[in-house]
Every structure is written in C-alpha cells, then in structure tokens.
Design a binder for this molecule. Structure first.
Ligand SMILES: *Cc1c(COP(=O)(O)O)cnc(C)c1O
Length: 324
C-alpha cells in the first residue's frame, strides 16, 4: 500500500485534476454498477452529504435507533440538513419493511415529510449483524412504492459480502447511494466514497466543498484506497473468522455473561453483574490489548488486518488467564 502511495500520480482535485482520485472514483462506481463516486475524508462526511443531497429541510429520515447516522455523527442530520428522524427499534440494528411502513408519515402540513431510509450493513451497534440482499429487497420495494430514497451506510459492507458471497453489482441495484469506508477493515489510512448517480454526485461535490472536504493533492490517499479495494477485501474473511473463534473461547469464561451473535468482524459481549466495561477495557489496555466500552457493561472487540496470528495467540492466552 505504501508503494502504491509513493508512486501515485497526483494533481489538484479541487480543480478535478488528480488522476489517482479519478481512478479510485471510477473503480468504485463501476464496482457497484453506478455512474459516479466521490472521494471524501471520512464516512461521516459521505453519510452527511448523502442526507444533504437526498433531502431538504423539514423532511424526515427513517433509520434504526442505533444507526451511525443517528447516534455517532453529532446530530449532523439536524445541523447540516434541517431534517427530523423517525427511529425504529430494530433487531440487532436491522429494520424491516413493515417497521418502516409504520413510521412513514401521511402528507400533512404538520408532519415532516418522509423522504429517506438509511440502512447500515453491517450494523456496528448490532454487533456486526448483517442484512442479506433478500432481506433488503422488500425494503427496496417499499421505497419504490412510497417514493422514498434508500441510502446504504456500508462502512463495513465488504465484511458482509465475504460472508454472503453476494455481488457489489446486486447491492448497487438496490440503493440510490452507497457509502463505503476505506479506513476501517480495508486498512487505508484515510477516506470514504459516496457512490451514486452522476447527477447526485455532481451535487455532492458542492456539499463536500462547503463542508471543507475539497482536498488538493489527495491522490496519495486515493492510491492507498484503490490498493485496499483491489487487495484487502478477500482477507476480511480472516477477521470475521477470528471474531467467531474468540467468541467461542470466551463463552465459558467467568466474567462473560452473554455474547451478541457474531456474524462478521465485531464481537460484543456483556460482563457479569457488578463489573464495569470501562475497568475491563483499562485492564486489557494495560496488557496491550485495545477494545472499546460499548455501554456500561458491554465491551467491543473489532478484528482487522493489522492483527497478526501471534497477536491472536497472545490474545487467547491473556483472555484465558485474565482475572476480572
Ligand atoms: C466508522 C463508521 C462510519 C464513518 O465514520 P468516520 O469515522 O467518519 O469515517 C459510518 N458508519 C459506520 C457504521 C461506521 O462504523
């Protein structure tokens, strides 16, 4: 990846003149069978721009109550787009067509206008759970019938596709826009892509600029992203398998009360009564293992390409002997 970065050709992307960014945008648009793509500094920005291009003030967005666009983007849907949100209590982050149907508003002056549905795949807060395309199709159908726009927050989409063997082309056919992250499991240093129609992406470019996301010789970063898309997707299966392996190992350890079903590269477990996640995470950190508190008594492990076999061996040994 570093070699690809060092040998990248660059130009000024604010003027649309960076060949490496053009290459990355064209590659990712093609991957999903879409017309265009936009390279942005973060997944928060690609999601926020998606919301911006698909809505106007007084519109309403429908999503799961634990979704990233609602919880972890600083309330940007209100700040950037002036819209409201209808939250659904999904199951492990997943919502259904009938749940969406229940919260679609009638066309009254006093109700914000239902405009946009956002799905997250995989679902971060859902413990890495995922939708199959067969589960998404009824949602797509409903959106077609009720004239709703469908956006995918696919920050970790490729962790799903290596499990289901579904194609990016088939994903692309069901969504109006897709956000993918290069800097999570794919291991690039920076960047996300917003993928969609040529018209939408043209408008998205303006909003990227006003958010301060117009970058100049960023082709070095795009080259890393392109390398990641070409080389680091298949190996995500290793991360998913490791999450399952570690879940199996901790399941009968004394400090573990329960484990969320492990579907991809995220492992979330609950500690027994009286044990605090923040203390647990600090204790592991002192032993050289990074994890995140995910609520007062829940801990999240995320598996990624910078973890070696030796580290996994060490992790297993540490967890098995841990007193907590
Ligand atoms: C990480 C992530 C994002 C984007 O986050 P950035 O840190 O802004 O790149 C969006 N959605 C989900 C589900 C994520 O996990």
């Amino acid at each position: 990846m570093l070699d690809a970065m060092f040998s990248a050709q660059v130009g000024d992307d604010v003027f649309g003149e960076d060949p490496s960014i053009h290459k990355l945008e064209a590659y990712s648009a093609d991957l999903f069978g879409k017309e265009a793509a936009l390279f942005c500094p973060s997944g928060t920005m690609t999601n926020q721009i998606a919301i911006k291009i698909h809505t106007e003030a007084l519109d309403d967005m429908i999503c799961d109550h634990n979704s990233h666009v609602y919880r972890y983007e600083t309330g940007g849907y209100g700040f950037n787009s002036g819209i409201s949100v209808s939250l659904i209590q999904g199951s492990h982050g997943k919502i259904t067509a009938s749940q969406i149907e229940e919260v679609i508003h009638e066309d009254y002056d006093w109700l914000p206008k239902s405009k946009l549905v956002v799905l997250e795949n995989s679902c971060n807060k859902g413990g890495g759970s995922y939708y199959t395309l067969d589960e998404i199709r009824p949602i797509y159908q409903l959106c077609q019938e009720r004239k709703l726009i469908l956006h995918l927050d696919g920050a970790r989409l490729f962790n799903v596709l290596v499990e289901t063997n579904e194609s990016t082309q088939d994903v692309g056919a069901l969504f109006d826009s897709i956000s993918i992250c290069l800097s999570k499991g794919l291991g690039a240093p920076v960047g996300s892509l917003l993928i969609g129609s040529a018209r939408d992406i043209k408008r998205a470019r303006r909003f990227r600029k006003v958010l301060g996301g117009g970058m100049r010789q960023a082709g070095y970063l795009a080259a890393a992203g392109l390398y990641a898309l070409r080389n680091n997707i298949d190996r995500l299966k290793i991360d998913n398998d490791r999450a399952k392996e570690i879940a199996g190992i901790i399941s009968d350890l004394p400090w573990v009360k329960s484990i969320s079903p492990v579907k991809t590269n995220i492992l979330i477990f609950q500690l027994h009564e009286g044990r605090k996640a923040s203390e647990f995470v600090n204790k592991l950190k002192a032993l050289g293992i990074n994890s995140s508190p995910f609520g007062p008594d829940k801990v999240r492990f995320v598996f990624h390409l910078d973890i070696s076999n030796d580290m996994i061996t060490d992790l297993i040994k540490t967890l098995k002997t841990l007193r907590f």
